[in-house]
Design a protein around this ligand. Sequence first.
Ligand code: HEM
Ligand code: MG
Length: 334
Amino acid sequence: IPPAPPGPLRFGGLKLVDDRDHPWRPLRDGDIRGPCPGLNTLASHGYLPRDGVATPTQIINAAQEGLNLINQGAKLATYAALLLEGNVVTNLLSIGGKTHRTGPDPPSPASVGGLSHHGTFEGDASTTRGDAFFGDNHSFNQTLFDQFVDFSNRFGNGYYNYTVGGELRFHRIQDSIATNPEFDLRGFRHSTAFGESAFIANNFVDGRKTGAEAHQLDMDSALSFFRDMRFPRGFHRAAQPGGGEGVDVIFNAHPLQPGHNVGGVNNYVVDTSRGSLFDQCGIYTYMVNTTIRDLYPNPTGVLRRNLNINLDFLYEAFGFTSADCPQVRPFGRN
Ligand code: HEM
Ligand code: MG
């Protein structure tokens, strides 16, 4: 039976996390990494299993302990990821590509593709990863990182911050609208795209930086996380739990509704039917009633039981009150 998610850190303050118990190590043969620089780094320091396959509890604990991700954010990302691309029977998720190490697959069309699998969680217009349409949606992309540096120079005096995030987020989206005929920024991706742009300034900046230096990420540290999957030497996590702070600033720099290209490039059509950054209930409801239900048309036994348990954890992580957004139960109740 899947265990209840971990609560918040007991001590959520400033702390050296590049410590002796968590040395960075290079990849061994078979170690899996993927599109998320946060999880990649946590795995390469041993906060997560170094092979890149982990349980929800391990992922939540690692994201909290190593990067001070706020409890609700850690739970939401983790249970969404498990339900969309993990194995709910073995309770294992790959932080990158598909692997037999998550155990026997449930019946198709269940994906269990790992976080690199495009379309459910992983999405387009990432900051340092290309769109799946162009072939590689998970590896560090030097050209995109050069653009990250350029924007940080132009809009942030050499640092990435919310102002830079607002400009770069919009630029990455415009670039994809103009070049990717399958560009999709609907629903969950509308929210995660803006959210990730905030994480970079909130969770990758050393917590000892305060005042004018707070939420300003230098380029050496950025490269360390994005490319090397490594904490900057002597890295201290943020001084308080966080995640999405500043996302409103980033969004408001260039407000853009969710949507997708229809029939080719340069034809971005707004579609709010799957939710948006500002309609989390729409995201939740579409994710459960359509995406997850389509993956599991007729689950039985332990599969159905565990889907239901994890759906409860997911609903709880969104933090709705049932009047705001009622829980939906496509598989009934256990
Ligand atoms: C992508 C940061 C935790 C899943 C990203 C990106 C950032 C980021 C900055 C965008 C990378 C890019 O666009 O180049 C973080 C940080 C975390 C964290 C700082 C912890 C504090 C998590 C967790 C999950 C997750 C807990 C799920 C279990 C993903 C996925 C992507 C991603 C699937 C790919 C989305 C995309 O850009 O297409 N993460 N993340 N992350 N993250 Fe995380
Ligand atoms: Mg992506």
